[in-house]
Design a protein around this ligand. Sequence first.
Ligand code: MSP
Length: 646
Amino acid sequence: MNKKFFITTPIYYVNDVPHIGHAYTTIAADVVARYKRLAGYEVFFLTGTDEHGQKVQQAAGLSGREPQAHVDDLHVRFKELWVRFNISNNDFIRTTEERHKKVVCEILQKLYDEGEIYKDSYEGWYCMPDERFWTEKDLIDGNCPECGRPVDKIKEFNYFFKMGKYRDWLVEHIQNHENFIQPKSRRNEILGFLKNPLDDLCISRPKERLPWGIPLPFDDKYVTYVWFDALINYISVHGHLQQIKDSGFWPATHQLIGKDILTTHSVYWATMLKAAGLDLPHNIFAHGWWTINGQKMSKSLRNVVEPNHLIDQFGVDVIRYFLLREVPFGLDGDFSHKALIGRVNSDLANNLGNLLNRTLNMLKKYFKSELPSIDAKGEEDGPMIDKSREVTGAIDQLYDELAYSKILTKLWEFLDAANVYINDTAPWNLAKTDDGKKRLATVLYNAAEACRVIAVLIAPFMPETADKMMKQLGIDTPVEKQGLDSLKEWGWIQPGTRTHQGPQIFPRIDDKAAAKILKEVNIGGEAPSPEKKAEGDGNGQITIDDFMKIDLRTAKILEAEKVKKSKKLIKLKVDLGSEQRQVLAGIAEAYEPEQLVGRTVILVANLKPAKLMGLESQGMILAGSDDKTILLGGFDGDLPPGVRVK
Ligand code: MSP
């Protein structure tokens, strides 16, 4: 098999050190790259740094250095962090490298020769931090519509790429390729944007204003606009145009980005590729943004959310797991230390760690740490083994959808099944009789194989943990060599294998340690500072930061049915754009299920799931009520599912 798979992250600006938002995209891409390698693909996983443009030039100026010295120094911070996070990128591209600059020039020259680029005078409002021109009508209160900062009026001659003429073609491409932009809500956003005329793209900056960039090959008084330069990294890594086509790694399977850079990717990049005669990526996935303990990320918080610091505190795999488990990919999320500690204790220590620990304990106690062979099969074996097959089968599709939290939920279903298997077979009772002992061998063999299966399956998310588990199970073959093929038949692990119980892979964070961590990040326990009081909680008022902790989303009702034996509850299936959820709503006395399907309502999307009448409710729908009436909240027009309500 020689299936090729190319996955990319954005290339990060080196105007500052990396933060958890950068780590998020890179870890997400790494997980898929690792999974695809396990599945036998030839994977090319690319990340890198965006080193030209105004932001970088300014940052270099502030540090009192030449831009080249600044980027040579800062890009290392990204490289080092990716090593710490166990990122398995195959290449790291820098836009100041010759190999990149050559391809940018090749493409610029080609488009210029073919009449796709022209020179014109331009007058517009320029946002320096975003490096974008805006028209008068785009501005909001005279400021940049994207970042809200002041803009400058600039008139100058520049070069333009004829982007506007590709609008109809692009709309058609998006409509014909459902997966081209994901999640769906973002795709609709771009289709909405393309309802307006599409301007041509200014692709140059006069050198006298901004010298830090790649000179245009046909006019050295100008440098290339940083986005036109940066986007080309995704192909320049493969070489010149013909090499890109021959590499087998273009088009990319997935291009992962944050939601703020969707237009540049799905419009600028797509039309640039079209003009250059190259195919479009199969999928551009725009993920949401992280806040930290309910607050926007800011430099003053860097000490506690600095990724290296988080790794020191919790370990690499905990952070990798948490980021992808906590929030469905595509939605915004809050990095809460409390939630993180909760996940470590429940999912990792109690569930995963416990399965390995109890299995190895019993192997030691009953078989002197030597894996027995299957002897007496029993009726409990089937369901657990079937579950392993079901989960292994189901996740492949979920990987294609980049549905990380769903994948992990599925894997934990298998973990639960394995823990239930041990509880139901009760090895400690089997050990008491001779007949029981035969069955005991089978049960502990199966438990060890279950540990191996789960180690292979979690390896893309938690590579270090998978290795530790293999070591304790006494398996020398690396996970990569075992591959997903080793999960096809139950029973890969060899009887006779000598297990080596080691330290707990995920020790619990006890209350004292948790309180210490929370104190460090200033949550809970502490009295609010006087400024905080004045700001918010003096007379029952909350701050905007408090409010923003509630993740309100538009949700479209797909299915509705009354809950049996309940007068009030209706069970709903709702679409959140990037995922579907089951929600229970106490509205059965006011609405018939048929009235609800198709409506768009407001969902509290980050509410902890709760069980009502034995059914899980994954969120809460907003409704108003007095003594007589209950009415669902909604909108007086159409909004796609998954949109944030503020
Ligand atoms: N250099 C451009 C990308 C060029 S790609 C050809 C850039 N760089 S960036 O460093 O500013 O941001 C890189 C990525 O980090 C973006 O996808 C952005 O969405 C993401 N994040 C920045 N802050 C973030 C959060 N707070 N949360 C999640 N991701 C965030 O844009």
